[in-house]
Design a binder for this molecule. Structure first.
Ligand code: OAD
Length: 237
């Protein structure tokens, strides 16, 4: 811990990559934790793919509506707040990259977070919108739809098999390749290309996680503990 704190102080460019464990202490379930993870109870192929949405739009929309409601009720935790405060105290020194779609980094005050997997509170059209498709005028429904052509709104998140937003990924890769230090917080490190960012980091890599991860072997240090406990200590000036 002491040593990593020293690395944080010395680093000129810090990249932070976060995953679902970052928000666990806010009360948002992770995906792969054995007992509590969403993917231990639900099949991602039936909920988080375009095919699933086309096959059963009402069910998939309903699942996202349920998650939106749940996330809207929780608050950023001490880890989110420590990251946002550090970035404010040290402008231009950190790049925050998140796989989370919950918007909690942003609500904690992290204005420039790179959201690799989108934002659960935003919608976009399932099919390429035509002139008649107007989000504000979408007909109410589950999901809402264009009453002219039937196009449906879907959550603006990255589903399995879909590409990541190009510019966001490019900015994240650039930050990884330019950093002296990367903190990898609360991610199992199994989903690519996000996990690949830790493998391409130019600087030292530090894992902050309660459990072993796929990225531990590629790291310079592994800190066992929770995001809300460890980040405020690590990011103290
Ligand atoms: P996972 O659910 O795969 O991993 C969560 C990680 O957080 C695990 O390694 C846990 O040990 C760790 N963890 C749990 N509580 C923690 C805490 N309080 N502090 C620190 N670590 C903790 O979630 P991700 O790695 O984010 O994709 O999953 C990656 C992607 O897979 C997600 O973005 C999502 C999912 O399918 C999309 O939505 C596209």
């Amino acid at each position: 811990m002491e040593q990593v704190h020293g690395w944080v102080r010395a680093a000129r460019r810090i990249a932070v990559l976060t995953g679902a464990g970052m928000s666990a202490e806010s009360g948002v379930p992770t995906f792969r934790d054995a007992q509590t993870g969403l993917w231990s109870k639900f099949d991602p192929m039936q909920l988080a793919t375009e095919e699933a949405f086309r096959a059963n739009p009402q069910m998939v929309w309903g699942w996202y509506a349920f998650r939106r409601e749940m996330i809207a009720k929780v608050d950023p935790n001490a880890g989110h707040r420590a990251l946002a405060a550090f970035a404010q105290r040290h402008p231009g020194r950190t790049t925050l990259i998140t796989q989370n779609v919950d918007g909690l980094h942003q609500r904690a005050g992290a204005t420039h977070a790179l959201a690799l997997h989108g934002n659960i509170f935003e919608d976009k059209w399932l099919d390429t919108p035509k002139a008649c498709c107007n989000k504000e005028a979408a007909a109410a429904g589950s999901p809402p739809y264009c009453d002219q052509c039937g196009n449906m709104l879907r959550p603006d998140v990255v589903w399995f098999g879909e590409p990541l937003p190009l510019r966001t990924l490019a900015a994240a890769q650039e930050a990884a390749q330019a950093c002296d230090l990367m903190l990898v917080v609360g991610t199992s490190g199994v989903v690519y290309p996000a996990a690949g960012l830790a493998r391409m980091a130019a600087g030292k890599v530090v894992i902050v996680n309660t459990e072993p991860t796929e990225l531990d072997e590629a790291a310079d240090a592994v800190l066992r503990g929770t995001a809300a406990q460890l980040l405020p200590q690590l990011l103290e000036d």
